[in-house]
Design a protein around this ligand. Structure first.
Ligand SMILES: Nc1nc2c(ncn2[C@@H]2O[C@H](COP(=O)(O)OP(=O)(O)OP(=O)(O)O)[C@@H](O)[C@H]2O)c(=O)[nH]1
Length: 157
C-alpha cells in the first residue's frame, strides 16, 4: 500500500514536465534515502494532469490526526517514543543531501502500524516549485496553512 500526494501543478501551465537534470538528481536523492524514521519514496507521476508523489503508506495517519483524536490516549512512554522518532528522522534529514525539511508540521509526521513515527513530505523542491500557491490566497485554508507552516505546535504533553 502507498500514500499518494497530489501536486497542485496546473496542467495548462505545465502540459508536460521537463525532466531537468536537477529534478532527476532530486529523484535519485529521494530514491536513495533510507531511514527508519522517514517515509520511503516510491516514485512520482510526471504525466499531465496526474502530477503526484508516491510514498510509503503509514496506516495510523498523521501525528496531527492522532493528537486531535480524543479516542486515542497516549501515555508518557508513547509520547517520548514518538518524539524520539521525530528527532531521529529530522537529525537524519539534516545530515542528508536534503539538508532541511522546509514544512515540518504535525500533518507531515505519519505513524505506522507499530506506532513508529516517520517524517514525510520533504525534498523534491524542483517539483514543489511548480505548484500553484496563489489560488488559495484570501481563503481560510490559505491562512491556516501559513500558520501551520510557521509556528511551532504547542501541545500539553
Ligand atoms: N494514513 C496516512 N495518512 C497520510 C499519509 N501521508 C499523508 N497522510 C494524510 O495526508 C495528510 C497530509 O496531506 P497533505 O496533502 O500532505 O497536506 P498537508 O500536510 O496538510 O499540506 P502540505 O504538506 O502543506 O501540502 C495528513 O494529515 C494525513 O492525514 C500516510 O502515509 N498514511
Amino acid at each position: 500500500m502507498v500514500a499518494i500526494k497530489k501536486l497542485n501543478i496546473d496542467p495548462k501551465k505545465y502540459p508536460k514536465l521537463e525532466l531537468s537534470r536537477k529534478l532527476l538528481m532530486q529523484f535519485k536523492i529521494m530514491k536513495d534515502l533510507q531511514h527508519d524514521h522517514i517515509t520511503r519514496f516510491a516514485g512520482a507521476c510526471v504525466d499531465s494532469p496526474n502530477y503526484c508523489i508516491v510514498t510509503e503508506y503509514c496506516p495510523k495517519g498523521s501525528l496531527d490526526d492522532i493528537l486531535n483524536n480524543d479516542t486515542i490516549k497516549l501515555d508518557k512512554m508513547m509520547k517520548y517514543s514518538l518524539l524520539h522518532d521525530l528527532v531521529k528522522g529530522m537529525y537524519f534529514l539534516h545530515n542528508s543531501e536534503i539538508r532541511s525539511h522546509g514544512k515540518l508540521k504535525t500533518s507531515n509526521c505519519v505513524v505506522d502500524s507499530r506506532f513508529v513515527l516517520k517524517v514525510t513530505d520533504f525534498g523534491l523542491a524542483e517539483l514543489h516549485a511548480m505548484e500553484d500557491t496563489t489560488e488559495d490566497v484570501d481563503t481560510h485554508s490559505f491562512y491556516r496553512s501559513m500558520f501551520d507552516f510557521n509556528l511551532p505546535k504547542l501541545y500539553r504533553w
